[in-house]
Ligand binder design. Structure first.
Ligand code: FMN
Length: 212
């Protein structure tokens, strides 16, 4: 079957039909918790494609306010050590089963992608825009993973803000670890979300408040 994405001679109705199919994928996408993601995960080439999609997130003045780091498959034990050290930084008394659970999280999902948000001082592009850009990039990766047939989910937690994690990921002062994205094969789907709240979209008309 011809792909409209690559067929430059696709007609407008053909492109729209494909767009509607993609939109349907967008609004039916659900997250799958990393502990439920199994092999196979995306290949290196597919990971590059996801990051390429993310690179098309809106980015005012091309400040590149985000970057990604894929956790090397051989680095899961090292990541578990970092998670444990981070949790100890947050709570020096933590021990036992809690630390076992922490350690497990570093082994969830075949692929773990760290999302790093970066903010540069800029007179034209305020911080909120740069953070929004990183959020859009994250969304593109989640959607792209879904389009490739994988399950994925963004996960974070307080440990991401610790000095231990910042140091382990070599973050500059203007960078933050936004989240990890776990990507892999999802077992059962969580089902389509219900319709969004009517309040999600309103019409701006001074003096009135209406939805369309
Ligand atoms: C940056 C970021 C970090 C998140 N961290 C967590 C997390 O640590 N734990 C969690 O349960 N959900 C977290 N979420 C929310 C989930 O990724 C997901 O969006 C939510 O469970 C809704 O599921 P759905 O995508 O199927 O609607 C995070 C979302 C974002 C954007």
């Amino acid at each position: 079957m011809a792909s409209f994405l690559t067929a430059s001679n696709a007609t407008v109705p053909e492109r729209k039909a494909e767009g509607l199919a993609l939109l349907h994928r967008m609004w039916s996408r659900r997250s799958t918790p990393p502990r439920h993601l199994t092999e196979p995960g995306p290949t290196d080439e597919e990971i590059r494609m996801l990051v390429r999609a993310a690179s098309r997130a809106p980015d005012h003045l091309h400040l590149s306010p985000f970057r990604f780091m894929v956790i090397h498959p051989d680095a899961r034990d090292a990541l578990a050590d970092v998670f444990v050290a981070a949790d100890r930084e947050l709570d020096p008394a933590i021990m036992g089963e809690q630390l076992d659970r922490t350690r497990e999280k570093a082994h969830h999902a075949p692929v773990l992608l760290a999302v790093i948000s970066r903010v540069q001082a800029n007179d034209t592009v305020p911080e909120i825009e740069q953070r929004a850009s990183a959020g859009a990039a994250l969304g593109y990766v989640l959607l792209g993973a879904d389009l490739l047939g994988y399950g994925a989910m963004a996960v974070s937690g307080r440990r991401l803000t610790t000095a231990v994690m910042r140091s382990a990921f070599g973050l500059a002062d203007n960078e933050d670890l936004l989240c990890f994205i776990g990507i892999g094969t999802a077992g059962k789907s969580r089902g389509v979300q219900s319709e969004p709240d009517a309040d999600l979209l309103q019409t701006w008309l001074p003096g009135s408040r209406q939805t369309i």
